[in-house]
Design a protein around this ligand. Structure first.
Ligand code: ADP
Length: 265
């Protein structure tokens, strides 16, 4: 009895990982794009991937949901564990992985359908048919994506009538509707104006309470503003991976320092 009380009182000090990447390599044909990547990505945090163009950021994030395999020349070695499950194992179906791991792309890519149907699409493909349940999911997802108030009176209108920033928040709502654990974001604000960018950045901060977010950005100020941890990639390698504040204020590698102070990139 005493023992169980003692166990209950222990503080939760160990933070959970959503991804463990071990000795991961990736080639496009003979060209190596990722080289011995080892990263442990924490749950319920925002992890930023930064680095100059062509350093492998997008390739890396697309490996995390196995999207990169759509390119026939791709070869990989090493392992990527999502919640201690090997994402390349035959027991972990790619459809299940993509339900656990949603993705938001650089350019907003709503379907040519109504605002409502964009959000209801994922739950419908997962077999949810009841209108009341779908209505609830649509409302909750749009609220969580900070878009509900702007669209609640025009849910049946085509999504293409929304502004670029609204379309990107709609794509985030579409992603939330399937209740993923992780949200991958590949330069999600690079096509947006500053006001829409600020809205998405604010949203990312609130979403991390429920989701683990991995965001690729070429914008260092953005990484510094919104992420908890940052990985600096260069030529397909992780040069430094630490708490964001530490990486930007006290980089341990000269190459990180040169990059964040604008000497190249
Ligand atoms: P980043 O996102 O940092 O700009 P990428 O992951 O897009 O970098 O690219 C990393 C490297 O892989 C680059 O040298 C790029 O040319 C190469 N690469 C990316 N996509 C492909 C592809 N589909 N086929 C061949 N090489 C590619």
């Amino acid at each position: 009895m005493l023992e169980s009380v003692a166990v209950k009182k222990q503080p939760k000090t160990v933070s959970k990982s959503v991804y463990k990447i071990n000795d991961f390599n990736l080639w496009y044909g003979n060209d190596q794009a990722l080289n011995e990547i080892n990263l442990d990505i924490p749950a319920n945090k925002v992890t930023a991937i930064i680095g100059p163009s062509g350093c492998g950021k997008s390739t890396f994030i697309k490996a995390l949901n196995r999207m990169v395999e759509l390119i026939p020349s791709v070869k990989m070695t090493g392992s990527i564990m999502n919640d201690e499950r090997d994402i390349f194992s035959s027991k972990y179906k790619v459809e299940e992985l993509r339900t656990n791991v949603g993705m938001v792309f650089q350019k907003p890519n709503p379907f040519p359908k109504s605002i409502y149907e964009n959000v209801a699409y994922g739950p419908k493909t997962h077999g949810i048919k009841k209108k009341k349940v779908l209505d609830e999911i649509v409302e909750k997802s749009l609220k969580d994506a900070a878009l509900w108030d702007e669209v609640k009176d025009r849910l049946q209108e085509n999504a293409f009538g929304l502004s670029g920033g609204q379309q990107q928040r709609l794509c985030i709502a579409r992603c939330l509707a399937i209740e993923p654990e992780v949200i991958l974001m590949d330069e999600p604000t690079s096509a947006l104006d500053p006001i829409s960018t600020a809205k998405v950045e604010e949203l990312v901060q609130t979403l991390k309470e429920k989701y683990s977010i991995i965001i690729v950005t070429h914008n260092m100020q953005q990484a510094a503003r919104i992420s908890d941890r940052t990985a600096f990639f260069l030529n397909g390698e992780v040069i430094e991976y630490r708490e964001t504040g530490e990486l930007f204020s006290n980089p341990s590698d000269k190459r990180t320092e040169d990059y964040i102070t604008g000497r190249f990139g």
